[in-house]
Design a protein around this ligand. Structure first.
Ligand code: ADP
Ligand code: MG
Length: 252
């Protein structure tokens, strides 16, 4: 019987290491003995230098690659392939160019047992939520970068994930577009309109981290591991809309 604490444990990463073969033929260790747990309801930020293994860690949690050693679990089961209830927004959008916006978003529901009309209904709701109403039948190449990433968000949100993994979701966008999308997402989050329970976000943006996260992990590099953990003592997300608080963050 799991106790209460265990039932809230969504992701449990224990002693996870991962190496890759480099051009030289040698194995290079990218993640070394990483521990990380994410409980339901937590918003966790991950900050660290480029190349420190942040994306590798997210890909392990998303079930896209396996650890070289150690254990990665989701709700108590070893992660083997993408776990139900976890979805990911990629830095480079990762859309299928030959599919429309609606079809790309519907793909998010592929692993779920929902019939065609329900699938369409849910995809349209996600598209609407994310501000792409009217673009359902457009192809990715007809959209701006910001709109493409909105499709990436809609595809990840359509399953109402327990955990949303976001890998520098705004970093491939120009500064103004990134700011608009970031603000829209943070507002949706603060207003409680994002259908998610928990978040792990990789970011270089301190405003993003402070506005969204309960906990910020600082990653060291060569090899990557969690070097420090900051707990952010902030007002409840809804109160972060307070103009005085927003101004404080704007001035960081
Ligand atoms: P970050 O997201 O922190 O920038 P990554 O996890 O993308 O870091 O990469 C960490 C290191 O692992 C980099 O040196 C990168 O080249 C290497 N790496 C990542 N994925 C692979 C792969 N599939 N094959 C070989 N090396 C990889
Ligand atoms: Mg990365």
């Amino acid at each position: 019987m799991l106790d209460q604490a265990d039932r809230n444990l969504l992701v449990d990463i224990r002693n996870v290491s991962r190496s890759f073969k480099k051009g030289s033929g040698n194995d290079v260790m990218v993640l070394d003995d990483v521990d990380l747990s994410i409980r339901e309801g937590e918003i966790v930020g991950l900050l660290g230098r480029s190349g420190s293994g942040k994306s590798t860690l997210l890909r392990i949690i998303a079930g896209l690659i396996a650890p070289s050693s150690g254990e990665a679990k989701c709700r108590g089961s070893v992660i083997q392939g993408p776990p139900l209830g976890i979805s990911m927004v990629f830095q480079s959008f990762a859309l299928f160019p030959w599919l429309t916006v609606l079809q790309n978003v519907e793909l998010g529901l592929e692993a779920q047992d929902v019939d065609r009309s329900e699938r369409r209904k849910r995809a349209l709701a996600a598209i609407d939520l994310i501000g792409l109403d009217g673009f359902e039948n457009a192809y990715p190449k007809e959209l701006s970068g910001g709109m493409r990433q909105r499709v990436g968000f809609a595809r990840a949100l359509v399953v109402h994930p327990d955990l949303l993994l976001m890998d520098e979701p705004f970093s491939a966008l120009d500064v103004l577009t990134a700011e608009t999308l970031r603000t829209d997402m943070i507002d949706l989050w603060i207003e409680g309109r994002l259908p998610i329970k928990s978040v792990l976000i990789v970011t270089h943006n301190i405003e993003e981290a402070v506005l969204m996260c309960d906990r910020i992990l600082i990653f060291s590099s060569n090899p990557g591991r969690v070097a420090q953990e900051l707990r952010v003592d902030l007002p409840h997300p809804r109160n972060r809309l307070d103009p005085v608080f927003r101004q404080l963050v704007d001035n960081i």
